[in-house]
Every structure is written in structure tokens, then in C-alpha cells.
Design a protein around this ligand. Structure first.
Ligand code: HEM
Ligand code: NFK
Length: 297
């Protein structure tokens, strides 16, 4: 078993012979204390493997923050993808109530990641500069789970497959998300199955191509928003998509702002212009007609 990277705060405390108040409470509660024969908390959660996965490369104090911030984000992204892929599958099967539950969870996870920036923003430019040289050419740009999320939400771009070309298993996952209909594509197919006219160009197409906004699709959503009671679940779906894109926009904004406060306008380790690239990403609109219909309503 590998050692955890940090010590327990109580390490070194000597137990006294008389039972303490805490010990009496534990005895009264009859909590199980012997785990030599049964599965414990750490066994079930694989805590040893999680806590041995932080391997700072620099002597900088703040590198542990940086690593944990990214690792926890990747764990939340794993759950997001789990929920998102299941939600897409449920929509494709006309089974909306579970999809609503899953999409609401995805939005809450995204909100959680928005708030997570507050922790990272405690790192100052000199603190980050101390560890940045150790990052080499690595960058969040190469996160395969992040790319799967972008693709599942319809932001398709073939160039984003390239950083995964050297790792066939990961490439296959990103490629699958790239080739599949996105959440929005499935929402439009659902709308057509419900008898609302959606342009054929948006129902059967090469799903690897970036989504192009369309007046006919806006007209379709307008029918829903002009008579919500008649199309309640499509209306609810559209509002859940709005929640999700709203939260994602906040995440992008907090990212670019944190990056500017930490590295200014330096180029990114991933090779992009840095803040200039991330600012371009603020212009991405995932579900365009869901936003434009509001002006037309
Ligand atoms: C001090 C903290 C951070 C800095 C300075 C930073 C900087 C950058 C920069 C400059 C880029 C552009 C790509 C490049 O050339 O490297 C980028 C992309 C990215 N970063 Fe960060 N980042 C930070 C924290 C984070 C965190 C906590 C996450 C959470 C997972 C994250 C996820 C990403 C992702 C997913 C991309 C790709 C975005 C896209 O392609 O739209 N970054 N980051
Ligand atoms: N792109 C960042 C480096 C960076 O933030 C990073 C490096 C390794 C793993 C994750 C990272 N986070 C987001 O890009 C930079 O240019 O400083």
C-alpha cells in the first residue's frame, strides 16, 4: 500500500488510558471499529489510490492546490459525462423525465465547477510562476473528458481530436462523442417526432459538422414557447438546456478571468495565444435558437 501524500493532523497524539468523552460516545453508538474482516470506507472508495495520485513536480507549495483543483474537476467531469450520455440516450428513446433529472444534475455540477474557481484564484502570479515551468507543454486543452463534454454539447471541431492521436483508447472515446448526435441534435429530432416541423437539414446530417443556426429551427422552438402548456416537456427541455449553457458560459468566463489574473496575456503552455484563445471561446453558442427565440417572442 502506498503512503498518503500528507500526514494526518492528529499524527503523534498519544491516546490516554482513561476513556475520553469522544471514546464513550463511540462506544454508546456501537459504531463498528474493527475492519480487519469487512470492507471499510477507504476500501470501498479506493482512497489509497486517489490520495497517492498527487505527484508534484516542483518544490512549490501551491502545486498541490493546482493538482487537486484539476483532479477534482476531472472527477466532476466524469460524472457530468455519465449523466450527459445517459440523458442523450433517454431523449433519443422519448423518455424525458429521467433525462430532465440528469440534465439538472449536469447543470449543478457545472455550477459547482464555477465556484471551484474561487479556490484556485487564491493562487497569485508569483506562486503560479514558481511551478509553471514544470508543466512543460501540458494544458487543460488536452483534457479528453472536457473535449467529450464540448462535443456532446455540440461544439464540434476535428482539430481537437489531434492531441489524443497518441493514445488510441482515449482517441476512440473522443471520436465517438465527435461522431454522435449532440444533446441539441437529439432535442431537435425529438421535436420533429412530436410533430413540430424541423428543417430536414437539421434532422439528418453529418453530425461531425459544427451546428449551424437556422431560422426554421427557431420557428420550431417558437411554437413551443408560444404554447408552453401544449408542449410542456419540450418547453422544460429547452429551459434545462438554457440552464446548462448559462452555467457553462459562467465556467468559461471564470476560466479566462482566472487565467488573466494569474498569467496575464502570456501564451498558453498548450500553444494557444492564452487569454486571446479563451476569449474566443466565450463567443461559442451551443444552443443558438434557444437564445434567439427570446428576441422573437
Ligand atoms: C492557473 C490556472 C490556469 C491557467 C493559467 C490556465 C490556462 C489556460 C490556457 C492558457 C489555456 C489555453 C490553452 C493553452 O494554450 O494552454 C487553457 C485551456 C484550458 N484549460 Fe486552463 N488554466 C488554468 C486552470 C484550469 C483549470 C482549473 C481547469 C479545469 C479543468 C482548466 C481547464 C482547461 C481546459 C478544459 C482548457 C481548454 C479550453 C478550450 O479548449 O476551450 N484550466 N487554460
Ligand atoms: N495552460 C496553462 C497551464 C495549465 O493551466 C495546465 C497545465 C497542466 C494541466 C492543466 C492545466 N490547466 C489548464 O489549462 C498555462 O499556460 O499556464
Amino acid at each position: 500500500m502506498s503512503e498518503p501524500t500528507s500526514g494526518c493532523p492528529m499524527h503523534g497524539a498519544t491516546p490516554s488510558s482513561a476513556p475520553s468523552a469522544g471514546e464513550s460516545i463511540v462506544a454508546e453508538e456501537k459504531a463498528q471499529l474493527d475492519f480487519s474482516q469487512s470492507m471499510s470506507y477507504g476500501d470501498y472508495l479506493q482512497i489509497d489510490s486517489i490520495l497517492s495520485a498527487q505527484k508534484p513536480l516542483s518544490p512549490a507549495h501551491d502545486e498541490l492546490l493546482f493538482i487537486i483543483q484539476h483532479q477534482t474537476s476531472e472527477l466532476w467531469m466524469k460524472l457530468m459525462l455519465h449523466e450527459l450520455t445517459a440523458a442523450i440516450a433517454h431523449i433519443a428513446q422519448d423518455d424525458l423525465p429521467p433525462a430532465f433529472k440528469m440534465l439538472a444534475r449536469v447543470s449543478k455540477i457545472m455550477e459547482q465547477l464555477v465556484h471551484a474557481w474561487d479556490v484556485l484564484a487564491t493562487m497569485t502570479p508569483p506562486e503560479y510562476s514558481a511551478m509553471r515551468p514544470y508543466l512543460g507543454a501540458s494544458s487543460g486543452f488536452q483534457s479528453f473528458q472536457y473535449r467529450c463534454i464540448e462535443f456532446s454539447l455540440g461544439n464540434k471541431n476535428a482539430a481537437m481530436l489531434k492531441p489524443h492521436a497518441h493514445a488510441p483508447e482515449r482517441l476512440a472515446l473522443v471520436q465517438a462523442a465527435y461522431e454522435a448526435p449532440s444533446l441539441y441534435d437529439e432535442a431537435l429530432k425529438l421535436m420533429a417526432r412530436r410533430g413540430i416541423a424541423v428543417p430536414a437539414s437539421h434532422l439528418q446530417r453529418d453530425w461531425t459538422q459544427p451546428y449551424v443556426a437556422d431560422a426554421g429551427v427557431e420557428a420550431a422552438w417558437l411554437q413551443v414557447y408560444r404554447a408552453p402548456r401544449e408542449h410542456w416537456d419540450l418547453y422544460q427541455l429547452a429551459e434545462e438546456l438554457t440552464d446548462l449553457e448559462d452555467a457553462f458560459r459562467l465556467w468559461r468566463f471564470r476560466h479566462v478571468t482566472t487565467v488573466e489574473r494569474v498569467i496575464g496575456f502570456k501564451r498558453g503552455t498548450g500553444g494557444t495565444g492564452g487569454v486571446s484563445y479563451l476569449r474566443k471561446m466565450l463567443d461559442v453558442v451551443l444552443f443558438p435558437e434557444i437564445w434567439s427565440l427570446r428576441t422573437a417572442l
